[in-house]
Design a protein around this ligand. Structure first.
Ligand SMILES: *Cc1c(COP(=O)(O)O)cnc(C)c1O
Length: 427
């Protein structure tokens, strides 16, 4: 299709980058078909939950003030609970981001004297201050909650004996991060999370198993709640918001755990009963409805990027052919220049702010400068095409999102163009 090529040329893509992308894509047809199958299944799962709870036009209206009897909010929480096959859910705009949702889940379910265990190595950067690994005001450590951690084995396997030895009478909650975050370890499949939970429960049946599900929702046909997780937590400006939710977080799981979180979010005695939804519900419902297909588009983008940069000789995690359990793609460039050029390309491909140049900065919650490329409709949304890279060894970028596969594709081509133009890569 010559017309197509002309369009890409007009959009700043050179003939050689266009051809290179075509060659990479020609090998991905079957994988893309498999992704569409997962999206189809998950679309039906969400639809079924919406129909079961009789989502109606009235559910889309919001409340103000205290938000008593907010029918739309309560129904949405039932929809989330059903789609995740969980007892209960807390889905609120008052949960400001993923870190807040995780902090809420932890702080509401742990008490002074309890211990938190991470059996999968270091948790996501922003949780270091929540836990108190890096000292911070109001951390769990300040409240007398201790923390212990077991690393994954060098081959990525769980250190079962190490985990067994760290579970003691104080261990109350185990946090399992599904996605690799800013690390280059493999992301955990839901199946592997299930095996880990089964082991932990065999050692101590009453321990609460929480999963940080950020970036994992709808990548597979099952979620961690299907394999024994007591609490699953994530951000609405990632997968489950479908790109439409402008804020928010969710906690799904056991009624007791979710109730604790609700009492902490609002107040003891009030719990889920207050919290006006204002005008946000249409975006929450519609975003959740779109989330399976939006996630599929982002996943295709990640696989395309993996194959393209792998072929150029860069280390990519996951690699081009392995199965996927989240939408994040890590590419290690080994130099700050590579990270910066990549992010500039992603920025230049954005629908919003394509004319600005991203620069590394000291972001709250992170211990190194971070460069972020995001020209998003929702500020900071990482289900939209975005990339970020801490400016520190091994100089890897973490790329994710794309509300449509077509946009993700263009963004990746544009990132390659940026690396070619700066002489970092030659085709
Ligand atoms: C994004 C993310 C978080 C934190 O979410 P924010 O919305 O950025 O606060 C936590 N854990 C993982 C694995 C994440 O990817």
């Amino acid at each position: 299709m010559n017309e197509m090529k002309e369009m890409y040329l007009r959009m700043g893509i050179s003939e050689e980058v266009y051809q290179y992308a075509r060659e990479v894509l020609s090998g991905l047809k079957e994988r893309f078909e498999a992704i569409d199958q997962v999206a189809e299944y998950n679309q039906l799962k969400v639809l079924q939950a919406m129909q079961k709870h009789q989502v109606s036009e009235a559910c889309l209206l919001g409340t103000t003030g205290y938000g008593y009897n907010d029918f739309g909010r309560d129904t949405l929480e039932e929809v989330y609970a059903s789609a995740f096959h969980a007892e209960s859910a807390l889905v609120r705009p008052q949960i400001t981001c993923g870190t807040h949702a995780l902090a809420l889940a932890l702080m509401s379910n742990l008490r002074p004297g309890d211990e938190l265990l991470s059996p999968v190595g270091k948790p996501y950067d922003t949780l270091e201050e929540v836990i108190g690994i890096r000292p911070s005001k109001g951390s769990l450590a300040e409240y007398g909650v201790s923390y212990s951690q077991v690393e994954l084995l060098p081959d990525g396997a769980f250190d079962y004996e190490g985990i067994r030895s760290k579970i003691n009478e104080k261990t109350k909650l185990v946090t399992i991060q599904r996605s690799k975050g800013y690390q280059t370890r493999p992301t955990l499949s839901v199946g592997r999370i299930g095996e880990l939970i089964a082991f932990i429960k065999s050692v101590k049946p009453d321990v609460i198993c929480m999963v940080d599900n950020c970036y994992g929702e709808f990548v597979e046909t099952i979620e961690p709640t299907d394999v024994g997780a007591d609490m699953v937590v994530g951000s609405l400006i990632k997968n489950p918001g479908g790109g439409l939710a402008p804020i928010g977080g969710y906690i799904v799981g056991k009624k007791e755990c979710v109730e604790n979180a609700a009492y902490r979010l609002t107040s003891p005695g009030l719990g889920k009963e207050v919290g006006a939804s204002l005008g946000i519900l249409p975006q929450f419902y519609q975003g959740f409805f779109l989330a399976p297909t939006v996630t599929a588009g982002a996943l295709k983008g990640a696989i395309f990027a993996a194959n393209l940069y792998e072929r150029l000789g860069f280390a990519v995690v996951p690699n081009g052919s392995e199965s996927r359990h989240d939408i994040i793609q890590a590419v290690t460039f080994g130099t700050p220049e590579g990270v910066i050029a990549f992010c500039e390309g992603i920025q230049a491909a954005a629908p919003v702010d394509s004319h600005v140049t991203p620069e590394p900065w000291d972001m709250p919650g992170y211990d190194a400068k971070v460069i972020m490329a995001a020209g998003a409709f929702v500020s900071g949304s990482s289900i939209e095409l975005s990339a970020d890279g801490p400016i520190k060894e091994p100089y890897a970028v973490y790329f994710q999102g794309g509300l449509t596969w077509q946009h993700a594709k263009y963004g990746i081509m544009r990132s390659l163009q940026s690396l070619v133009d700066k002489g970092i890569v030659s085709l």
